[in-house]
Write a protein that binds this ligand. Structure first.
Ligand code: KIV
Length: 284
């Protein structure tokens, strides 16, 4: 399997390198060499293993676990313990991708000291290789600087920041007016200066994402932010068509697993009820 096309071999010269563990440094090399970065979310070992085998560069154990796994409306209730639990599970199934975990709401906003303690705990107990924080307020920038100094790589997240849903009241696109756009660009530069190794840009106009991408040395990872970002991320269950009640424009559905799984479950139910499963061949 070829993870990076041979045309993009400025930094990748041997087959062996194509299977090399992805690090934050490697993501930077990919941006510098114009190689796009592929990212998806993951929350368990089963999907982690499939993602690893698919050649994905980065797996985010997102606090979207709230919506995907826990059936919650928002990401706000997710706890540090839950992120640690899901990250450990993903890590059991993976070798190559960079493993990034979300810092839950209020685990990094209170003070740089508590962000430091919580980040250290998530990293030590889960084994993740980097953390993602939303926004670029002074407290977040201080936290990023402090964590970075201590050797904890941080990924920023700008544009639509789901942990702030109660402040904004909707999941509308951000950065459509010039003030908001200016602020996103400024925030991205501040995150880079604070030491972030990459920034997620969620649901912003593609021209703004292009401007941010061209203004930063570090990679941008888009979700609903157009084709000019250095990489792309989606929530895996959305792109597999497992989620049926969430179809924003930016989600390309690569499979219709909801239908496939439902049909398989129905077939199984029928077979059990009709005595067609198990057969003697499937018995001991
Ligand atoms: O939690 C998450 O899944 C995320 C991605 C949507 C970027 O933050």
């Amino acid at each position: 399997m070829v993870y990076i096309s041979d045309n993009d071999s400025k930094i990748i010269s041997s087959t062996e390198n194509k299977f090399k563990k992805i690090t934050t440094l490697r993501l930077q090399e990919m941006k510098d060499a114009n190689i796009k970065i592929s990212c998806l979310t993951g929350y368990d070992a089963l999907i982690g293993k499939i993602l690893d085998e698919s050649g994905i560069d980065l797996i985010l154990i997102g606090d979207s676990v709230a919506n995907v796994v826990q059936g919650r409306e928002t990401t706000i209730p997710v706890t540090i313990e839950e992120i640690i639990y899901h990250t450990k599970a993903v890590l059991r199934g993976t070798k190559r991708p960079l493993i990034v975990s979300d810092m839950p709401f209020m685990s990094y906003q209170v003070s740089a000291d508590s962000a430091f303690e919580n980040a250290g705990r998530i990293m030590k107990e889960s084994g993740c290789e980097a953390l993602k924080l939303e926004g670029a307020s002074l407290s977040v920038l201080n936290a990023v600087e402090r964590l970075n100094e201590a050797g904890i790589p941080c990924m920023g997240h700008l544009g639509l920041t789901p942990q702030s849903i109660n402040k904004f009241g909707s999941y509308r696109a951000r950065g459509k007016d010039s003030d908001e756009a200016k602020k996103i660009l400024e925030d991205a530069k501040n995150l880079e200066n604070a030491g972030a190794f990459a920034v997620v840009l969620e649901k912003i106009p593609y021209k703004l994402a292009e401007e941010v991408t061209n203004s930063l040395k570090i990679p941008t990872i888009g979700i609903g932010a157009g084709p000019h970002c250095d990489g792309q991320i989606l929530v895996y269950s959305d792109m597999l068509g497992l989620t049926i009640d969430f179809r924003p424009r930016f989600v390309r559905q690569y499979a219709n697993l909801n239908e496939i799984i439902k049909n398989a479950f129905s077939q199984y139910c029928d077979d059990v009820k009709n005595g067609k499963f198990p057969s003697v061949e499937e018995s001991y």
